[in-house]
Design a protein around this ligand. Structure first.
Ligand SMILES: Cc1ncc(COP(=O)(O)O)c(C=O)c1O
Length: 370
């Protein structure tokens, strides 16, 4: 059996008929871009996230970029975020002309360490950008408290946290503005690229609508400099169908996570911890072990190919050396990046495959006395 970190064909097979019908409906409708399906999906997904407005965009990176633009963040402004995230969190900040400022993460949750934020604030700081990583929310009360005290904006990166809860509220509803991605691997993912900006603020909403289409409010008349970040009707139609299944996707993910917990809790792997303030939606099941590289190498020999989220902290990447970070500036992030790896977790993962993975891990760990 070959195991990969993520597969979609079984889920596609199960949903094929409704997906094809949704695409067919769009193609027959005469409307391909920013039509009724986009509007309906924006309304439904915003309602799911407990916010008033959603603006569908072409991907999650541009959702962050437009959110920052709508907040008025630009040249030389500082945005506080984490280095243990996907590259797009940071590339969107840099694309705005702003400067990413990294704070370290916590050892247990792998999320932004909120105790490190205040010392990172300077007169140039405009925004805190917490990333609800791996399916779990950052401690937002603390972030909102700091933001209020220092008059900062908060932008949630929700690309990995569809359906995650913080104190019974949805990720994306916990700040001024939020950005998400519907990239295929995501909890709610399409068969291509898509994203959304979410906000309760009507002024930000209207600005986002303009920024998404060349800065225009009426056809061929730009009010401000804008971009092309449109979501198309086909992806909106697919996402509307998939949104109907989101509860089921998350329930399956949580079941699989419980299974991993049960089957691996007596090993020396550090397993994910669900913070008491929220509900994890298990976008990823990320474990930690000091012998990570050895374990992965042994698993590859057994045709099990696992992913690492993330092997390279962003502040150490060649693209971002200009920011001037040195080794050991973010000790927890740096240490953890050498130890984390992700076990396959997606709704169509079969019990048989999950047991196969667990058995292989246990075998490898016994072999090397780990
Ligand atoms: C944390 C995080 N932020 C932003 C993004 C960007 O999303 P996209 O790939 O849709 O541009 C992703 C997904 O790759 C992500 O995981």
């Amino acid at each position: 059996m070959i195991v990969r970190g993520w597969e979609y064909l079984a889920e596609y097979e199960a949903e094929k008929d409704e997906i094809h019908a949704a695409i067919q409906e769009v193609l027959n409708s005469g409307s391909l871009i920013l039509g009724n399906k986009v509007k309906e999906f924006e309304n439904k997904y915003a309602a799911y996230c407990e916010v008033k407005h959603g603006v569908g965009v072409d991907n999650g990176t541009n959702a962050i970029f437009l959110a920052l633009k709508a907040l008025g963040i630009g040249d030389g402004d500082e945005v506080i975020t984490v280095s243990n995230t996907a590259v797009p969190t940071v590339s969107a900040i840099v694309s705005c002309g702003a400067i990413p400022v990294f704070v370290d993460i916590e050892e247990t949750s792998f999320l932004m360490d909120t105790t490190k934020i205040e010392t990172a604030i300077t007169p140039k700081t405009k925004c805190i950008l917490p990333v609800h990583l791996f399916g779990q929310c950052v401690d937002m009360d603390e972030i909102n408290r700091i933001a209020k005290q220092y008059h900062l904006k908060v932008l949630e990166d929700c690309a990995q946290s569809h359906g995650a809860l913080y104190k019974n509220h949805q990720a994306g509803s916990l700040s001024d503005i939020a950005a998400t991605s519907f990239y295929p691997t995501k909890i709610l993912g399409t068969y291509g690229d898509a994203g959304m900006v979410l906000t309760k603020d009507s002024e930000l909403y209207h600005r986002l609508l303009r920024l998404r289409v060349y800065g225009m409010e009426e056809t061929y008349n730009a009010v401000e400099h804008g971009y092309n970040c449109r979501l198309d009707e086909i992806h909106a139609a697919i996402l509307l169908k998939k949104l109907n299944h989101i509860k089921d996707y998350i329930a399956k993910r949580r079941n699989l996570a419980n299974q991993y917990h049960e089957l691996l809790s007596d090993t020396s792997l550090q397993l994910p911890v669900e913070m008491s303030y929220g509900k994890h939606s298990y976008y990823l099941y990320v474990v930690r072990h000091p012998q990570r590289d050895l374990i992965l190498e042994e698993l590859r020999k057994r045709d099990i190919f696992l992913n690492i989220h993330y092997a390279y902290p962003i502040h150490t990447m060649q693209a971002y050396t200009y920011l001037g970070y040195k080794q050991n500036d973010l000790p927890v992030t740096e240490k953890i990046s050498k130890e984390l790896f992700s076990l396959p977790l997606y709704p169509s993962l079969t019990e048989e495959k999950q047991h196969y993975i667990v058995d292989a891990i246990r075998e490898v760990m016994a072999l090397h006395h780990l």
